[in-house]
Design a protein around this ligand. Structure first.
Ligand code: THU
Length: 276
């Protein structure tokens, strides 16, 4: 079978496209080593990301119907220059068909031909990983392990009268706020009521764009490093607030002196460890 006739099959398959969202119908035709032609078209979805391209539709149909050896894939659409497979399809063609010939054509008779390896240089495939699981020693001792992102699950949140950083009143040290802990973590508050003061560790969810050096209003507007002050615009936007513990009612802590706005996620509650 010639590239031209495979392309004719792709053009015909285009008629079966389901493309109400993009209005861009694509047809594909796959030629097996044995000479069979398996076709596909793009099938879209109202949840756009679930759309399947014509090439993947043809490949999956082919594998499902027992074909594993492929020679060529053709695709056709009404565009100039003719359509080439998207990145995702190139990866899937590589996995299932290897370095086959790719033929793209349009309704005006233009045609592009290329080996897949030219469209997908340095392809990723199963051979790349082989038998290389991460060992326990590697996981424990890797010098760069500290660079891996850390994900926290908030314990609860602050319920206070201040909705924005600007609305925190000057006398906040005298005012009451509440810390609402997820009932799943309530057991962890056992005997916390023996403390007069606690540390509330939180994530300053409204803080954007940190600065490493800034002027400190509490010290005559002199410049300090971010780690030499309590400024909210810090690389990890973590806050530590030492407050007076007024009352605990089940999972709700009433505290005095919390400098956090309403809705601030709370990451941890800790006792205050005296230095002397
Ligand atoms: N599409 C294909 O079917 N094959 C390609 O190679 C490129 C894109 C489809 C997916 C979607 O339905 C529409 O074209 C617009 O992206």
């Amino acid at each position: 079978m010639t590239a031209e006739s495979l392309l004719a099959a792709a053009r015909a398959s285009r008629m079966r496209a389901y493309a109400p969202y993009s209005g861009f119908a694509v047809g594909a035709a796959l030629l097996t080593e044995e000479g069979a032609v398996i076709t596909g078209s793009n099938i879209e979805n109202a949840s756009y990301g679930l759309t399947v391209c014509a090439e993947r539709n043809a490949l999956q149909t082919a594998v499902h119907t027992g074909h594993r050896n492929f020679k060529m894939i053709a695709l056709a659409a009404d565009c100039s220059p003719p359509p080439v497979p998207c990145g995702a399809c190139r990866q899937v063609i590589w996995e299932l068909a290897g370095d086959i010939e790719v033929v793209a054509g349009n309704l005006q008779g233009e045609m592009i031909r290329s080996k897949l390896s030219l469209l997908l240089p340095q392809p990723f495939g199963a051979a790349a990983w082989g038998e290389n699981p991460v060992t326990d020693e590697e996981a424990a001792a890797g010098a760069d392990n500290w660079r891996v992102s850390v994900l926290f699950h908030p314990l609860g949140y602050v319920s206070s009268d201040y909705d924005s950083p600007q609305s925190l009143p000057d006398n906040y040290k005298e005012l009451l706020s509440r810390v609402i802990i997820d009932p799943d973590f309530e057991e962890g508050l056992y005997r916390l009521d023996e403390e007069d003061r606690i540390n509330v560790i939180s994530y300053l969810h409204r803080a954007k764009n940190y600065t490493l050096k800034d002027r400190r209003s509490g010290r005559g507007n002199e410049v300090y490093g971010v780690f030499a002050c309590r400024a909210p615009l810090r690389p990890n936007a973590i806050a530590q607030s030492t407050v007076e513990l007024v009352e605990i009612d089940k999972n709700i802590l009433t505290v005095r002196g919390l400098d956090l706005i309403n809705g601030t996620p709370v990451l941890d509650i800790k006792t205050v460890y005296p230095l002397k």
